[in-house]
Design a protein around this ligand. Structure first.
Ligand SMILES: [Fe+2]
Ligand SMILES: [Fe+2]
Length: 355
């Protein structure tokens, strides 16, 4: 007797249908601008006030990074927790602190804080004003792989909490097992010295050929060791625009200050203008041509772009080779879009504020 299931549908049809369905569902769920006013903030059992912009808990499935806003009321602190994914905080208003495995990081508006995977962390506010921060995590990506784990430690002191699994030391020898042990323990050792905090006061903005001035907030280039999570800020001058381009993947743009609009479309001359303002999140996706404009005559626009670059996007680039997933216009068209770069007037850099 056999237990073989017989079906008339081949692997080919099953897979073809599944792929088509996946892309159809994905497109149905696509959103372009998530407006601040549409975010519902709720008090959580963690003692934070939290609202989701993008992610399964906002009923908007994503594949790479999620986005949420959090508030901490004066005189309060959250429970301590840890998770198998890493996350970035972008502080947007007020002053507070974050304990990462017992190390306290104090932050203010415009600061970035990194929460490594499995680190025990909690947030607090000793001031008189509610503090607000955005979080962007790699949970959707880790969840796809089936390794998403979240553990809440309540108010247990960090010294009494479980430590994460420890990578065994490397062993001498050249066999594959010795090599793997050495390689992984060395990688974990390096990660344990990664950076946790960027203060707004130390940022250095530099003008780029795209017509904006930019700075890394949290990135490999400035000493962080992440899952690939990265944040950079760009600023658009008064009445100016960033030049047009297109690329693969989900990239979030969080508007820290200012107001403007983004042209997004399938062709450089065929698309839609989407308006945005402070606290909104713009989703640039679907390999669309896009260009961002500052519509405020008196204020620059400060926008933070978030994605998983060095790992996921590079993997995608490798898997799609020889397709070119980043396209920019030729220099003569780009310079028409940015205007004369030497005429852009940049104001002195000031900390963002909320609201
Ligand atoms: Fe967390
Ligand atoms: Fe872009």
């Amino acid at each position: 007797m056999t237990n073989v299931t017989r079906t008339s549908t081949s692997h080919y049809e099953v897979q073809k249908k599944r792929r088509a369905q996946f892309i159809e569902d994905w497109r149905d769920n696509h959103r372009t601008v998530i407006h601040l006013n549409d975010i519902e903030m709720h008090r959580t059992s963690r003692r934070l006030i939290t609202g989701a912009y993008l992610g399964k808990d906002a009923d908007s499935p994503v594949r790479t990074v999620d986005a949420s806003a959090h508030e901490i009321e004066p005189g309060t602190f959250s429970t301590i927790h840890r998770h198998s994914w890493d996350a970035m905080m972008l502080c947007v208003g007020g002053y507070g602190w974050t304990d990462v495995d017992g190390t306290r990081v104090s932050w203010g508006p415009g600061d970035a804080v990194y929460l490594p995977a499995w680190s025990w962390h909690r947030q607090g506010n000793d001031g008189a004003v509610t503090a607000r921060f955005m979080s962007f995590s790699s949970e959707p990506f880790i969840d796809i792989l089936g390794f998403a784990v979240l553990e809440d430690g309540g108010d247990t002191p960090v010294a009494e909490l479980e430590v994460p699994p420890i990578s065994s030391d490397g062993r001498p020898g050249n066999d594959v097992y010795a090599r793997r042990l050495r390689r992984l323990s060395q990688d974990q050792e390096e990660r344990s010295h990664g950076r946790l905090h960027t203060s707004w006061d130390e940022l250095q903005f530099l003008q780029t050929p795209r017509g904006t001035r930019t700075t890394f907030l949290l990135d490999k280039a400035v000493g962080y060791r992440t899952s690939g999570l990265t944040m950079a800020m760009f600023e658009i001058g008064l009445g100016r625009a960033q030049s047009m381009h297109r690329h693969s993947g989900e990239a979030w743009l969080y508007v820290v200050e200012g107001r403007g609009h983004s042209f997004i479309g399938p062709e450089p001359d065929r698309g839609t203008d989407y308006e945005w303002g402070k606290g909104d999140l713009i989703v640039v996706d679907h390999y669309s041509w896009h260009q961002h404009f500052n519509d405020d005559a008196n204020k620059t626009a400060k926008v933070v772009r978030v994605h998983i670059l060095d790992t996921l996007l590079n993997t995608m680039n490798a898997l799609c080779y020889p397709l070119n997933l980043l396209e920019e216009p030729p220099d003569h068209i780009r310079s028409k879009q940015t205007g004369d770069l030497s005429t852009i007037v940049w104001p002195e850099v000031q900390r963002p504020s909320w609201p």
